[in-house]
Design a protein around this ligand. Sequence first.
Ligand SMILES: [Zn+2]
Ligand SMILES: [Zn+2]
Length: 265
Amino acid sequence: MKHSKYFTIALIGLSLTFFSCSKNDDDDTDDDTEAEETTVGVATPVSAFDEFNSDAVTVSFDGDEITIESNGVPNHTSPYWEETNPLYIEPVVAVALTPGRIGGDRSFTLTVSTNPALATVSSATGLGPIGISVTGVPIFNDTEGPNRPIEEQIVETFDYAGAHNGPSGYHYHVESYDVPENTVLSHDDEKLVGIMADGFLIYGRKCDVLGDHPTDLDVSGGHTSATQHSDGVDFYHYHIINEFYLGTIIALFAGNLQGTPSSIF
Ligand SMILES: [Zn+2]
Ligand SMILES: [Zn+2]
């Protein structure tokens, strides 16, 4: 069984290689692929990585790959800190807390291309980290377990950062709240939110070049434009979609990844 499985994978690999080779050959003559070409494989602006919390996140470059490593420990206050931590605060939005506190031996590593490309087929996200935020905290999707969407009781456990604790540690599900305690996280603005598992950056609800909510987003919140990091160069990136997910909460990322995701381990 094992052998045939590997053989199948090898075959898929071969056919993918073959497909991309023949596709490249066609590109010179096929006008239909022109629109796609302008959005594929543009370099992620390096200055975006200056936004990451350097106490938690290490970014390293190796050839055409970027590796983002995080200990998952944020640089903002939360009721999920141990009460002895200077960043501990009483809950300002959470009604109930999930078990566990920030800290422990966590690490999250993501290696992606410096020039991420749109995939021909998008990928559904799974449980666990689907991106790494600028604070170092992992980004989760809009589910809390198998077939369990974020529902009211789960929303009640979110702190103002849109996060709670789980078996794999402290993680964000939804956009942060507009409260005075929130001084670092994106709330209805153009701040960088993080990087997704497919290597595309995700920004807040507004796009810097518009100063407003973009109206040309795809189903995943992605579009191609310049940002405050790209020096006028257009590249594909996501935004938090400006839509209420449940009540007044806004999911950070509830769609499919439009690139090819790497695993975050
Ligand atoms: Zn969760
Ligand atoms: Zn944008």
